[in-house]
Write a protein that binds this ligand. Structure first.
Ligand code: FDA
Length: 280
């Protein structure tokens, strides 16, 4: 089962090591895309695991210059201590962004499930005043996001808009694809009107088309972000139209939860898994 899953997962992840991630980043860079590297893993509670995650992010930051890649990193707060306590997460985040500032590397904060939304925004708010090259992901499937977006835009925050990858309670979230998409477009319009240096992170061609139209009306600094291995045929078309496109490149041995999320996102991926299991 694990072997079959890994075969499918390989299209979305760079490999197990930092070097695999940097090779993927370099390949993306040669094709005109920027790289956002994420070390897979979340909800770390062991100090050893957290320390090694921080060390790896620092190594990636320092490698960008050596490998001549323009890139960013993307961190999940629970992989650097949020599952232990907020103070530890703050200290660890600061250690990473000190190196990032020195190397002029952009740092994204991924958004995890809604139990961590407040804490993640608080972390962002406390560091954005000290270091401007940080951004935060906001999820269109959460009803609270419109308010979060407004208050974050008031401080000039840099936002990555995503649909949301976590299963959330009905009370706090939009459930149907139609409602999530509708909210995504609504939030995207706000970003084009009031934001700057934001990211439209989706593979949804209809939404991407709408973003292209908005970009004509509101010429803002923004980029399209997509996951490694998804909609690879669309990326060069956007680059040809002079849009900036970044690849989100995950790596590491904790590839299973990430890959399950990708499989669940698309009926065709579930069928692919089913067929592969039958054949194995
Ligand atoms: P949607 O799922 O509606 O798909 C639209 C179309 O895109 C599909 O019809 C298909 O053509 C294509 N597609 C989508 N997924 C595919 C797949 N797995 N395989 C093949 N084709 C696929 N989430 C989160 O909660 N917190 C975060 O911090 C982030 N960060 C993040 C960064 C970046 C750069 C991206 C692109 C996405 C995230 N996400 C995320 C994930 C996000 O919330 C969402 O789960 C996925 O992007 C899938 O949603 P789409 O916008 O692609 O739309």
């Amino acid at each position: 089962m694990e072997k079959v899953l890994f075969k499918i997962a390989k299209q979305w992840i760079a490999g197990n090591t930092i070097d695999d991630a940097l090779i993927s980043a370099k390949t993306a860079y040669k094709s005109g895309r920027y790289a956002i590297i994420n070390k897979l893993g979340e909800y770390h509670t062991s100090k050893k695991q957290i320390t090694s995650t921080i060390a790896e992010y620092k190594k990636i930051i320092n490698s960008f210059r050596k490998w001549k890649i323009r890139g960013a990193i993307s961190i999940k707060p629970t992989q650097i201590g949020l599952s232990i306590n907020q103070k530890q997460c703050y200290q660890n985040f600061e250690r990473i962004i000190q190196d990032a500032r020195h190397a002029h590397v952009f740092v994204w904060l991924d958004m995890e499930s809604s139990e961590h939304t407040d804490e993640t925004i608080e972390i962002y708010n406390s560091f954005f005043s000290k270091y401007e090259r940080i951004g935060i992901a906001l999820q269109a499937n959460l009803k609270r996001t419109e308010d979060d977006l407004s208050s974050l835009l008031r401080i000039g925050a840099k936002i990555r808009l995503v649909k949301g990858a976590y299963r959330e309670k009905e009370r706090i979230s939009f459930k149907s694809k139609e409602d999530v998409d509708k909210n995504y477009v609504k939030l995207m319009k706000i970003l084009f009107k009031k934001g700057n240096e934001f990211a439209i992170a989706t593979h949804d061609e209809k939404i991407i088309q709408k973003a292209e139209n908005l970009a004509k009306k509101y010429p803002k600094k923004f980029e399209f972000q997509m996951l490694k291995g998804i909609r690879d045929e669309l990326k060069p078309k956007l680059i040809k139209k002079k849009f900036v496109v970044s690849d989100y490149i995950p790596y590491g041995i904790n590839w299973l939860p990430y890959s399950f999320r990708r499989i669940k996102e698309r009926k065709r991926n579930i069928l692919l898994l089913g067929n592969s299991l039958i054949q194995s």
